[in-house]
Design a protein around this ligand. Structure first.
Ligand code: FAD
Ligand code: PHB
Length: 388
């Protein structure tokens, strides 16, 4: 087989890249290790920046998002039982969209099927070859047979645990990492959300987040220990841990019910530099991870894909490699700002340290955020997403 761009991974990064390239007549094949159903069963991100919405529209898959997504003009932050609101609209003129990653993935898969672009699911043993040559190749096993794809470029969109980053020479990569000593325990339940807007909670008992997927489906998270396992968190224990972290109105309005999904995610900050190795380009979680507190992971995957798709389009349409040559630097400049914001939100809202000095700093940071229009504007600008 031959294609122009071989894409590894059918998460949001790979599917969005495939769709944008296809629109510009650039041939691509996506190889995904899992089945399509498995990919669709992963409950993850929920908040979409305005620039990400624009990109989904450009890819021709934004219709359902505009119909079913919830536009949020602001966010609430509850500190030790007192709630504050930050208005994105007033401070930046922008808003975010609450629309689940599962739905975006489905829209992208449907869009890809509608144009007949090829995706190989359940592709085993994907391996990258000759990435520093002019003729890279990808091999894999599927239907008990070995396959080989010749291509011009490889896009590594296969997430943090994928094979692409590991295929670059270790000496060529500098990895920056911060691991936080806690995780997020999340549940999904068919209960009305406690509030119309998201509530991020800083409390002595630990962080909590009240989010949603629709007016009848809630998504809640609480900070948990990395040693915790799901079985030690029956639904009742989860609700008992969440309720006292909310303010009085939240405690009264919280509707509990059986969970329909429950999972634990570790918190990590990670950046691998550079994001290009010869003809291999990394995008999304394959190159960087943020803790979910800033709602930035999927949005960063989308901004990488914007820079990368434009670079491929320039290469094929204008015979210019300038975009490809600058891809890594351009993407990383935006990545590091999102890393900073996600680290700041994580360290300011979670109970990480027992050192009273650190706890006082958290309260001071938040007090400043609520009292200073400059601080609130900086927060809002970062939350709604920095411009490309
Ligand atoms: P992935 O979604 O990880 O996709 C990579 C794909 O590659 C997968 O389908 C995988 O199966 C496949 N793959 C892996 N290895 C191979 C291989 N060897 N061969 C072939 N295929 C392979 N982000 C936000 O922006 N907003 C949020 O509100 C938010 N909330 C989050 C909440 C939680 C609890 C979590 C865990 C994450 C959250 N994120 C959020 C982050 C977001 O989900 C990720 O950043 C996003 O999924 C990254 O997309 P991706 O396509 O780069 O990687
Ligand atoms: C979610 O709805 O899953 C969600 C929202 C905001 C975050 C993280 C996750 O910061």
């Amino acid at each position: 087989m031959r294609t122009q761009v071989a894409i590894i991974g059918a998460g949001p990064a790979g599917l969005l890249l495939g769709q944008l390239l296809h629109k510009h007549g650039i041939d691509n094949i996506i190889l995904e290790r899992q089945t399509a159903d498995y990919v669709l069963s992963r409950v993850r991100a929920g908040v979409i920046e305005q620039v990400t919405m624009g990109l989904l529209d450009e890819a021709g898959v934004g219709a359902r998002m505009h119909k079913d997504g919830l536009v949020h003009d602001g966010v609430q932050i509850c500190v030790d039982g007192v709630r504050h609101r930050i208005s994105f609209k007033e401070l930046t003129g922008k808003a975010v969209m609450v629309y689940g990653q599962t739905e975006i993935t489905k829209d992208l898969m449907d869009g890809r099927a509608a144009v007949g672009a090829p995706t190989v699911y359940a592709a085993d043993d994907v391996a990258l070859h000759d990435i520093f040559s002019g003729a890279p190749r990808v091999t894999y096993r599927g239907d008990s047979k070995s396959h080989e794809i010749d291509c011009d470029f490889i896009a590594g969109c296969d997430g943090f645990h994928g094979i692409s980053r590991k295929s670059a020479p270790p000496r060529a990569i500098t990895a920056h990492e911060r691991i936080y000593p806690l995780g997020w325990l999340g549940i999904l339940s068919d209960t009305p959300p406690v509030s119309e807007e998201l509530i991020y909670v800083r409390h002595d008992r630990g962080f909590a987040l009240c989010s949603m997927r629709s007016p009848t489906r809630s998504r809640y998270y609480i900070q948990c220990s990395l040693a915790d396992d799901i079985d030690s968190w029956p639904d009742e224990r989860f609700w008992e841990a969440l309720r006292p972290r909310l303010d009085e109105e939240g405690r009264e309005r919280l509707v509990t019910g059986p969970s329909i999904e429950k999972s634990i995610a570790p918190l990590r900050s990670f950046v691998a530099e550079p994001m290009r190795f010869g003809r291999l380009f990394l995008a999304g979680d394959a190159a960087h991870i943020v803790p979910p507190t800033g709602a930035k992971g999927l949005n960063l995957a989308a901004s990488d894909v914007r820079y990368l798709s434009q670079a491929f389009i320039e290469h094929y349409a204008d015979k210019s490699d300038s975009g490809l040559d600058h891809y890594s630097d351009r993407a990383l400049a935006r990545v590091w700002k999102a890393e900073r914001f996600s680290w700041w939100m994580t360290t300011t809202l979670h109970r990480i340290s027992e050192n009273p000095f650190d706890l006082k700093l958290q309260v001071a940071e938040l007090d400043y955020l609520f009292r200073s229009t400059a601080a609130a504007t900086a927060f809002a600008e970062n939350y709604v997403g920095l411009p490309y």
